[in-house]
Design a binder for this molecule. Structure first.
Ligand code: PLP
Length: 464
């Protein structure tokens, strides 16, 4: 404790009675005794486990292939590999990363419809067969560079209500599928199924219904042309936290009966998905420090009356849109902090804005919010920061990425091991045990040492 655990190879055990919030407090306390108040993350790997249990209970027919692009931290990938998920890789580097953990190639889908030739060759040489396509040119490349490809045709969806649209770039309309499938047949390729993505941050469950129905049409065409269509990939789009506009269970309530209608359990079709955000968003809490502050007084206001709202405050913190908050630009995220210190309910609040540390005017995290008068050195806490944040952050202007602290409770860890060795979900009573860990009250006195640093478990065993 007190040592920065910046590596992604380790996590700390959370001792009984403590939660991720306690670790946030502990780290804040540790750095507050110095001027080194760098931004940091706390990631609760138990939350990733919780999500997996939630997924398997709600969608028992669908094997998740985690979308590595969303957050490629080794600790998350190792946890998921131990839990037996598959992986959606977008590139050679992601394939390399996942295979370095001992993941079997059959558990990887190369889910990028437009691939560089050398990377198709890499997949071929490393046994990765499943890959998506949505054009004739891609089929020709695969025919040339991959002897055993198992191709999955990506179809377009109505993603007009998604936060991040993807069908503007990828996916074939159903009416163009026959021509492509005929071409694949002529080239001697093996098409095994259909994939789609309803757009990331889906807000309309009907998008899944239409896409699954469309996939059924394309399955029928493929079967008619002599392909053995037996893989349906329903992509991502699932929410990562419970404050999302559309709840996970609202989506699963729609998906399950739709699958039953178009791909009944006895149809021998394997169903997979590519969730990204769902698994990691809520596991990560980002804590930033106020490094500068500017008070703008309203010129018309009475100076005597400074305690009224006649001033606005600009706060500058040590992570911004070129770092973790790139999600504001790329992922259309709306980030709002919580205050770390307890405040008096009657404390005066001022219209405030929050800015990142770089010299760019674009580097703004919150345009307007209401905050009490905070000081340089105070902390702000941003929850649900695990998806599309660290994965795409830069060190622009020389600002280093925040340290990452990984934690897991002992019951959660035991559960991971059990799932890993027996392939079984814990009984409902046990999963409530590790879920409860996150909701314990703050202790009055924080013990000096609550975390025991241990090496992350090995995943050399082939993952089943
Ligand atoms: C092909 C593909 N699959 C899966 C995902 C993950 O989507 P989400 O984070 O919405 O689950 C993405 C995100 O861009 C994607 O492009």
């Amino acid at each position: 404790v007190g040592v920065t655990m910046n590596t992604e190879m380790e996590f700390s055990f959370l001792e009984e009675g403590f939660s991720a919030k306690d670790i946030v407090e502990q780290k804040i306390k540790e750095s507050s005794v110095t001027d080194d108040r760098d931004a940091f993350y706390v990631c609760d790997l138990g939350d990733v486990l919780k999500k997996h249990v939630r997924w398997m209970r709600a969608l028992p027919r669908i094997t998740p292939f985690y979308a590595v692009k969303c957050n490629d931290s080794l600790s998350v990938l190792k946890t998921l590999a131990s839990l037996g998920t598959g992986f959606d890789c977008a590139s050679k580097t992601e394939i390399q990363l996942v295979q370095s953990l001992g993941v079997d190639p059959s558990k990887i889908i190369y889910a990028n419809p437009c691939k560089q030739v050398s990377q198709i060759k890499y997949a071929s040489a490393h046994g990765v067969k499943m890959m998506t396509f949505d054009s004739e040119v891609e089929l020709m490349k695969v025919a040339r560079c991959h002897d055993n490809a198992k191709l999955v045709l990506r179809i377009a969806t109505d993603d007009s209500k998604a936060v991040c649209r993807l069908s503007v770039k990828f996916g074939v309309p159903v009416k163009a599928c026959r021509g492509l499938l005929e071409r694949a047949k002529k080239l001697g390729l093996d098409v095994i199924g259909v994939s789609f993505h309803v757009g990331s941050g889906c807000t309309d469950p009907k998008a899944y219904i239409q896409a699954i129905a469309d996939a059924r049409c394309v399955f029928d065409i493929g079967n008619e042309l002599g392909f053995k269509m037996d893989l349906l990939d329903i992509g991502g789009g699932f929410p990562g936290s419970d404050d999302a506009e559309l709840q996970f269970e609202e989506i699963t309530a729609v998906i399950n009966p739709t699958l039953e209608k178009y791909f009944p359990a006895d149809s021998d079709v394997k169903i997979i998905a590519e969730p990204g955000r769902f698994y990691v968003a809520s596991a990560y809490t980002l804590v930033v420090n106020i490094i500068a502050k500017k008070v703008i007084l309203d010129e018309d206001s009475d100076e005597e009356d400074e305690r009224t709202n006649e001033k606005t405050v600009m706060y500058y913190v040590n992570d911004g849109v070129y770092g973790s908050f790139n999600c504001i630009l790329y992922d259309h995220a709306h980030c709002m902090p919580t205050l770390h210190k307890k405040r008096k309910p009657d404390e005066v609040r001022y219209p405030s804005s929050i800015w990142g540390p770089t010299c760019d005017g674009l580097d703004r995290i919150v345009e307007l919010c209401s905050l009490p008068d905070l000081q340089v050195g105070d902390w702000l806490v941003f929850e649900n920061m695990g998806a599309y944040t660290v994965a795409a952050s830069s060190t622009f202007n020389g600002f280093q990425k925040p340290d990452l602290h990984y934690i897991m409770s002992r019951p959660a860890w035991q559960s991971v091991q059990q799932i890993s060795s027996q392939g079984m979900l814990p009984p409902a009573e046990e999963s409530s045990l590790f879920e409860a860990m996150n909701h314990v009250m703050y202790p009055n006195v924080f013990p000096f040492s609550i975390a025991l640093k241990i090496p992350l478990y090995k995943t050399s065993r082939p993952v089943v």
